[in-house]
Design a binder for this molecule. Structure first.
Ligand SMILES: Nc1ncnc2c1ncn2[C@@H]1O[C@H](COP(=O)(O)OP(=O)(O)OP(=O)(O)O)[C@@H](O)[C@H]1O
Length: 244
């Protein structure tokens, strides 16, 4: 089954269309990257899938079920988003326990204490972090909490928007290792936006290169590693970022 199916997807902000005619099928279990210049529409695609950019036409299906334009609870159990900035994405006055319990409360799921502790362990945080506040945590620890929050409803798909780019280089590797392990252990599908081609090599199976709201090339990561992307713009991007 495809975890994510996008067909003839156009996305606008008000009167301005920024994403054009995206067709993309991502099988369950795959890790797929969107790369390309700033403003090419990568984050907008993630937002539309997550329900945060409602002005789209075409179709978006998650695990075989088409999503609606509004808040879609069934979809939010299947697909969750992790943002770039772990400082901005956690409420400063909520304990980690409150942050991680919230999705369970909203969806009426019990055994909350147990589930929160199990998830802290899954993301490599000691249970003593449970009643701390975000400001008492490092950037890497906060990003672990953000990942834990995204996984509380046991989704099948994670949308990862530059999940390591706000972190120190040494911490980036830890979070990438965590994401790699979680995908394997939990059979997750990833759709990842990044500017960092080594991150794509490390974490992904395939990538799409985007420019000005369109996909210019879809390739296996082996081609990226070999410096053998084909579209002229992909080759420019490789050269500009020192890949290939
Ligand atoms: N909330 C918004 N309202 C209006 N226009 C927006 C909004 N968010 C993004 N845009 C515009 O949509 C286009 C695509 O932006 P998007 O953030 O998806 O690109 P991106 O490829 O993810 O870029 P970056 O790599 O810099 O994050 C850009 O022209 C951007 O200015």
């Amino acid at each position: 089954m495809n975890a994510i199916d996008l067909s003839d997807l156009d996305i606008s902000y008000g009167d301005t269309k920024v994403v054009f005619g995206i067709d993309l099928a991502i099988p369950e279990g795959e890790s797929f990257a969107l790369v390309g210049e700033s403003g090419s529409g990568k984050s907008t695609i993630l937002r539309a899938i997550a329900g945060l950019a409602p002005d789209w036409t075409g179709s978006i299906s998650i695990m075989g079920a088409p999503r609606s334009h509004g808040v879609d609870r069934a979809v939010s159990r299947q697909v969750q988003m992790v943002f770039q900035d772990p400082y901005g994405s956690l409420h400063p006055r909520k304990t980690i326990d409150a942050v991680l319990s919230e999705p369970l409360v909203i969806h009426g799921i019990g055994n909350r204490g147990e589930r929160v502790e199990a998830m802290l362990e899954a993301v490599g945080l000691d249970r003593r972090f449970r009643f701390r506040f975000p400001h008492q945590l490092s950037g890497g620890q906060r990003q672990r909490v953000a990942i834990a929050r995204a996984l509380m409803l046991e989704p099948k798909v994670l949308l990862l928007d530059e999940p390591t780019s706000a972190l120190d280089v040494s911490v980036q590797a830890e979070i990438l290792n965590l994401l790699k392990g979680l995908r394997r252990e939990q059979g997750l599908t990833y759709l990842l936006v990044t500017h960092n081609l080594p991150v794509v090599s490390f974490l992904c199976d395939r990538l799409a290169v985007m420019r000005q709201g369109r996909i210019v090339e879809i390739a296996d990561v082996a081609r990226l590693r070999a410096g053998a992307l084909e579209a002229p713009y992909s080759r420019e991007l490789l050269a500009a970022t020192g890949g290939g």
